[in-house]
Design a binder for this molecule. Structure first.
Ligand SMILES: Cc1ncc(COP(=O)(O)O)c(C=O)c1O
Length: 479
């Protein structure tokens, strides 16, 4: 944890160092345990410095002599320590290690379409490079793209914005994080229906806000109960995050349910809504997407996040956006101006082409959606045959969130106890060579997530492997 460094400053009197350190302590050290075993004259030496939060350790160094050695405090900020690492990373790393070792693992953990970016979009990106369109763009995105986004939001979503009410970012994830940072103050509560997209609670923590999880069960098709929302509202409630179609469940909020939620929201003086609509076009009729901001009275309170990654198979292009009242959007713009600045000029040109492909992405996108639907149907049918597994048929996105808790509590010889989604996914990985994501990462430990952004033949193999593997668990359970 600690590293030795040489210091540059030549003066380090006993008192001056201590004084300086004390000043910095007051300003920059919080809830820390500082143990200094030091000689403050002559060969000044700090042997140990333990703290949970020091921002200006370099200032300490500058007070020391050039030839002197101190142990650098490598502690991290309280904020970053509060943020949980992604559990999906652990399973992905394990899967990658197995693949590298030559094990034929089928990976269904990723949240990205298995299709290439449609040719017309790729061509627009290449043209941008050829035409030398390779410089910084305005921070909020090009006027051309923001105008195209306004047109899309008006025509497809029934919500009216002007270009100064849009900020384009390096992916919808950045758009969402900036919105959370822009509106939440320390101690504010962020209401998050579970199962949730992994990053939402951590975004709240990054803003020093408190995530308040609102569980929705498989028997409710993973949809938030407005009464539960109402019961959890306090004066600290600041932001409700909705995601429809949902990652990880594929649930789509019907308009009537959103209207009920809107009625609850409308009664609260501070509550805003961040609605993540990135999967809006990956939806299976008769399900229909409704933009929350289009509901009566909700425009003023709603921040709509969307992006190009999923609908247009553009994950690597890193492009998302947010739309909302100017006051909030200006704040997002300000945050972005001091972090990443504008998104890639090339991706923005490509995005204009994407939005020009027709309603809901036109032919190319409907072709992908058709394939996703076929895969969903195949998986739902296959898993319905499996004993004990509960399913809520997804209406959108490309994930299946299956309740496997029936198999928990089983000791498997040579493996150990399967007692949660994480151990079950490890078991599927080790014994079935299939990489899935534990539901725990999404706030529901009874389930596991299967991404069906994979070919039907791969999915067929996966189903066979899961069935075979789970039979071993069952056999152990009945011993
Ligand atoms: C619900 C949801 N929102 C946002 C994102 C992030 O998208 P982007 O690639 O645009 O950052 C994802 C990606 O998995 C997602 O599933």
């Amino acid at each position: 944890m600690s590293a030795q460094i040489s210091c540059i400053s030549s003066t380090c009197s006993n008192t001056s160092f201590r004084d300086r350190f004390a000043v910095h302590s007051l300003g920059f050290i919080e809830s820390s345990t500082v143990s200094l075993s030091s000689k403050f004259n002559g060969n000044c030496f700090i042997k140990s410095l333990e703290t949970r939060r020091i921002y200006k350790s370099s200032t300490v160094c500058s007070a020391l002599k050039s030839s002197e050695q101190i142990e650098l405090d490598t502690g991290l900020s309280r904020r970053v320590n509060l943020v949980k690492p992604s559990k999906t990373v652990a399973i992905s790393d394990q899967a990658t290690a197995l693949v590298e070792a030559g094990v034929p693992v089928i990976r269904l953990a990723a949240g990205e379409p298995d299709f290439d970016t449609p040719a017309v979009i790729a061509e627009a990106g290449m043209n941008a490079i050829r035409d030398g369109y390779t410089r910084y763009t305005p921070n909020a995105g090009t006027l051309e793209l923001r105008t195209a986004i306004c047109k899309k939001l008006k025509e497809e979503n029934g919500i009216t914005y002007t270009p100064d009410q849009i900020v384009v970012s390096n992916g919808a994830k950045q758009s969402a994080l900036q919105a959370v940072l822009a509106v939440c103050s320390p101690g504010d509560e962020v209401l998050i229906p579970a199962p949730f997209y992994v990053s939402y609670p951590e975004m709240a923590r990054l803003a020093d806000a408190t995530p308040v999880i609102l569980p929705a069960s498989i028997s409710e098709n993973f949809l938030l109960d407005p009464k539960l929302l109402e019961s959890k509202l306090t004066e600290k409630s600041r932001l409700l995050i909705l995601c429809s179609p949902s990652n990880p469940t594929g649930a789509v909020y019907p308009k009537e349910l959103l209207q009920e939620i809107a009625r609850v929201v409308a009664k609260h003086p501070r509550l805003l809504v961040l609605t993540d609509e990135i999967y809006e076009h990956i939806i299976y009729a008769p399900a229909v997407h409704t933009s929350f901001a289009s509901l009566p009275g909700m425009w003023d309170r709603t921040l709509t996040v969307n992006g190009f990654s999923k609908t247009f198979a553009m994950t690597g292009w890193r492009l998302g956006y947010i739309a909302g009242p100017k006051h909030f959007i200006d704040a997002c713009n300000k945050i972005q101006s001091q972090s990443t600045s504008g998104a890639s000029s090339i991706s923005q040109k490509a995005a204009v082409a994407a939005l020009g492909m027709g309603h809901a992405g036109g032919e190319a996108v409907s072709h992908m959606v058709k394939a996703f639907r076929e895969r969903r149907d195949f998986l739902v049918l296959s898993f319905r045959e499996l004993d004990g597994v509960k399913i809520s048929e997804p209406q959108g996105a490309f994930y299946l969130f299956l309740d496997f808790s029936y198999y928990y509590g089983t000791e498997v010889k040579g493996f150990g106890l399967i007692n949660d989604s994480e151990s079950l996914c490890r078991y599927f990985l080790e014994k079935g060579q299939v990489a899935l994501v534990p539901g725990d990462a999404f706030g529901d430990d009874t389930c596991i997530r299967i991404s069906y952004a994979a070919s039907l033949s791969n999915l067929q193999t996966v189903v066979d492997k899961i069935k075979k593997t789970i039979l071993t668990v069952k056999a152990h359970a009945s011993v």
